[in-house]
Design a protein around this ligand. Structure first.
Ligand SMILES: Cc1cc2nc3c(=O)[nH]c(=O)nc-3n(C[C@H](O)[C@H](O)[C@H](O)COP(=O)(O)OP(=O)(O)OC[C@H]3O[C@@H](n4cnc5c(N)ncnc54)[C@H](O)[C@@H]3O)c2cc1C
Ligand code: SF4
Length: 316
């Protein structure tokens, strides 16, 4: 690990200003992803800004019936919160499908959204990887690509986004609240938060350098049946091959986001009109234009079957 300096931010404004003073600074929350990446020298910040003591660990009702989740709320606390379990069951289920109990005790809402891909070549510093080292090439294209993306891919990168929580946030139409380095605040719909890889796979979100997440806000509950189904190589402590996060209404309409298939939580709102027609019609529309590799072609059928199981469970 490279040497770095460290400070505890005393306020949100101080955190944003500390980041604006040092282009090589990074915020540290639970540290469960960042510290691993620093040990491998994939992330090499020269300064860490600890944002754990800023009081951003509360969950509060909003005036329009929604829920404001502080950026530092731990994944365990969010999954167990009574309102989340009652009104946003999809979020609770997605969270407990991720990582392990110990990791969820440390992992935060903001850190979870910003965790990096689990592409094995991204972690292997002996291999070319455009995301780790722009312009070096993509080892997964033509290499081991079983876990990789099938939609929204580019010639520079076919990595997937790893977060389970973000799939639920996408289906629930969350908004990400931030403060920029110049202390201006903004609200980013999660639909616009993540980027596809294009020819700049190292830029994963629309956040500006030093922009700090303060909270995630969920709109008022929409009812319906909340289901998160994650398919993986072993029953726990593994990232998704694919996952389906869905809110299904009694008339068969609903909202569906898919994990493990793209560089971001994958949702095609126009395809949701096909949900009452069944899983085949909906998954064909959700995965339109898919470009799987030989090794991950199975994901196309896996999405259809998993969505079918989710719709069937929703119908009881
Ligand atoms: C063995 C293992 C298994 C795992 N399995 C799963 C799984 O199955 N599913 C899953 O979804 N996840 C899984 N994870 C990932 C885990 O959920 C993430 O590591 C965790 O959510 C990251 O949160 P953190 O608070 O520790 O983030 P950190 O590591 O502290 O930070 C991550 C990134 O977010 C940035 N950041 C943090 N807070 C802010 C903020 N407020 N504003 C702006 N930037 C910020 C940091 O600078 C850093 O770049 C696993 C992790 C491990 C190690
Ligand atoms: S898929 Fe993306 S993260 Fe993986 S090796 Fe290629 S460029 Fe790197």
């Amino acid at each position: 690990m490279r040497a770095f300096t460290y400070e505890r931010a005393s306020s949100v404004e101080a955190a944003a200003s500390a980041a604006s003073n040092n282009a090589n600074a990074k915020f540290i929350a639970g540290g469960t992803n960042l510290l691993d990446l620093m040990k491998l020298e994939i992330e090499t910040p020269t300064h860490l800004i600890d944002v754990n003591g800023l009081g951003l660990d509360t969950i509060e009702a909003t005036s329009d019936g929604g829920l404001r989740i502080g950026a530092m709320v731990r994944n365990t606390d969010l999954a167990a919160h009574a309102t989340v379990r009652r009104d946003y069951g999809l979020l609770s289920r997605a969270l407990v499908a991720g990582a392990s109990g110990q990791l969820r005790n440390k992992a935060t809402t903001a850190g979870n959204l910003l965790q990096r891909t689990r592409c094995p070549y991204f972690y292997d510093t002996n291999q070319p990887c455009n995301k780790r080292q722009p312009g070096s090439g993509c080892s997964a294209i033509g290499g081991f690509s079983r876990q990789h993306a099938i939609v929204g891919v580019s010639e520079a990168c076919i990595a997937t986004h790893p977060s389970d929580m973000a799939i639920a946030m996408r289906a629930l139409d969350a908004e990400v609240k931030t403060v920029k380095a110049d202390n201006k605040r903004r609200s980013i719909p999660i639909a616009d938060f993540y980027r596809l890889p294009g020819d700049t796979p190292h830029i994963e979100t629309v956040l500006e350098p030093g922009e700090f997440i303060t909270a995630v806000v969920l709109p008022a509950p929409v009812g319906g049946k909340h289901i998160y189904r994650k398919v993986r190589d072993r029953a726990s402590y593994a990232f998704a091959l694919i996952s389906v996060g869905a809110v299904v209404q009694p008339d068969g309409t609903g909202k569906v986001a898919i994990g493990g298939v793209a560089h971001k939580p994958w949702r095609v709102e126009a395809a949701e009109a096909d949900l009452p027609k069944g899983a085949r019609a909906a998954s064909n529309a959700i995965l339109a234009g898919a470009k799987p590799t030989e090794q991950n072609r199975f994901k196309v059928a896996l999405v259809e079957r998993t969505l079918g199981a989710v719709l069937s469970e929703a119908r009881g």
